[in-house]
Design a protein around this ligand. Sequence first.
Ligand SMILES: Cc1cc2nc3c(=O)[nH]c(=O)nc-3n(C[C@H](O)[C@H](O)[C@H](O)COP(=O)(O)O)c2cc1C
Length: 201
Amino acid sequence: MTPITTETDIARADHKRTWHVNHDAVDMLTAPAPAPPMGCADRGDFVSAMAAAVNGVNVVTTDGTAGRFGITVSAMSSVSADPPMVLVCINRRSPACAAVRANRAFSVNVLSTRQRHVADTFAGRPARGEPYDFADALWTRGATGAPRLLDAISTFDCVLEKAYDAGSHIIFLGRVVAANEGGGSPLLYTARAYGYPCHWD
Ligand SMILES: Cc1cc2nc3c(=O)[nH]c(=O)nc-3n(C[C@H](O)[C@H](O)[C@H](O)COP(=O)(O)O)c2cc1C
């Protein structure tokens, strides 16, 4: 088989794959779907399959009567544009979880490739200095009082709308009161390692 060496070769190979029809798979999908199983996937299977997915990296911060906290999260998503809403999922064992619930506000700071050290600091494993230390980066304060990271890819300052129990985590739904785009290249995370985008198509 000829090795694929150029971007044009990759495009051609992708194009060929598009036209390869797997008839067994098509037959399987035309059969009626079985009743959904009652149990859960094996935890190990779930964790390793999820580790293979790719995510952006964010630091969720909060400040208020319950104190100032930050935590690195990959579980962040846009929910709605009208009104603007996002969600984040935080492990209920993290002190940041109780603080977001009590402060009723949080900020989502989307990290750039230059902010990998901030991800490590707020994941409790700083290269140097203290874990969860805001002195490791430059911050300003958003309208809700939550710390907002300078030079982030983007920031979403949120008022807490609702919190949902979801197994080991709490899903926090936030109404976005201020959104800012800072530019730069977003930090990625997959296979328990950071990644740097090198090609967008
Ligand atoms: C890239 C990355 C993504 C993470 N995503 C989440 C997340 O979405 N939600 C969460 O609760 N913790 C997440 N964590 C874990 C927390 O940041 C943090 O490591 C953990 O709460 C630390 O707990 P410990 O100090 O008790 O070990 C993530 C960590 C990393 C490095």
